[in-house]
Design a protein around this ligand. Structure first.
Ligand SMILES: [Zn+2]
Length: 261
């Protein structure tokens, strides 16, 4: 793999685009062809943290597909395995069925599933769990971490947001850090994106990955997320897009969408 300059890498890595919000006047920079693996400056590791199996796929499945299509590595990190303890309701499947759904979804996106070991509906955010979560991130050494936006109606989503943010801070803000949205109105609220990724070309794979979570009413929730993606596409001049908020102190050069330099 020959070395190429960062500018050249980014120019070639396009296929995505980014809306720049400087001064409130958006500058849309569109790119064309994806980077072939032998043109990449280096292989990146993308991690997407979510409260439950399905959250990373619904919020970022298209972006994950774009990364892995470019030859990068992707890990979907779930706070819990989606099976609530003592919910009082009969389980929707045999033990481990949500893990099996997550594995299938990850196969579709060419990603690797990883579980942080907490319990669905009973997320804990305290010093011990901050430390345990940080260790996972430290061991994985991501170049980019995407996590759920903290203003959210589900406590597990708020928990993963806090755990991921704490890990990013305490590990020195060395990797890129973005927030994503899921099921706006039902879950995510008050989300004003700073970046957009065009997912038009990979929407079918995102859909398949979301439908791999067959026990989770995909007809209802995928339809909602698709409408969010269409709206974000309208904002960013694509048919469908996924939207992100970059932490202002985060490096931004690692998201393939980014073409600011
Ligand atoms: Zn969730």
């Amino acid at each position: 793999m020959g070395f190429i300059s960062r500018r050249k890498f980014l120019n070639h890595s396009g296929a995505l685009s980014v809306m720049l919000g400087a001064g409130g006047s958006g500058l849309l920079v569109a790119q064309s062809q994806p980077t072939a693996p032998n043109q990449m400056a280096r292989k990146l590791k993308l991690m997407v943290a979510g409260g439950h199996p399905g959250d990373p796929e619904y919020g970022c499945g298209g972006t994950v597909a774009r990364y892995t299509d470019l030859g990068h590595e992707a890990v979907l990190l779930y706070l819990n395995d989606g099976e609530p303890a003592n919910s009082g309701k009969p389980p929707k499947g045999p033990k481990g069925f949500r893990i099996a759904e997550a594995k299938k979804a990850c196969e579709i996106l060419k990603a690797r599933p990883l579980f942080a070991g907490q319990t669905d509906g009973a997320a804990v955010v305290d010093n011990a769990h901050y430390a345990a979560f940080r260790k996972i991130i430290e061991d994985e050494r991501p170049d980019v971490l995407l996590t759920q936006w903290p203003v959210d109606n589900h406590p597990d989503h708020r928990a993963i947001s806090m755990l991921a943010y704490d890990a990013w801070l305490r590990l020195g803000k060395k990797f890129a850090f973005y927030y994503y949205e899921v099921s706006d109105g039902e879950d995510t609220l008050m989300f004003s994106p700073t970046e957009y990724v065009d997912i038009t070309a990979v929407e079918e794979r995102k859909r398949a990955a979301c439908y791999a979570h067959a026990s989770q009413s995909p007809d209802k929730f995928y339809d909602l997320q698709r409408r969010v993606a269409v709206f974000r596409g309208l904002e960013s001049a694509h048919r469908q897009a996924e939207a992100y908020i970059r932490h202002p102190q985060s490096p931004h050069e690692l998201l393939p969408a980014d073409s600011r330099v």
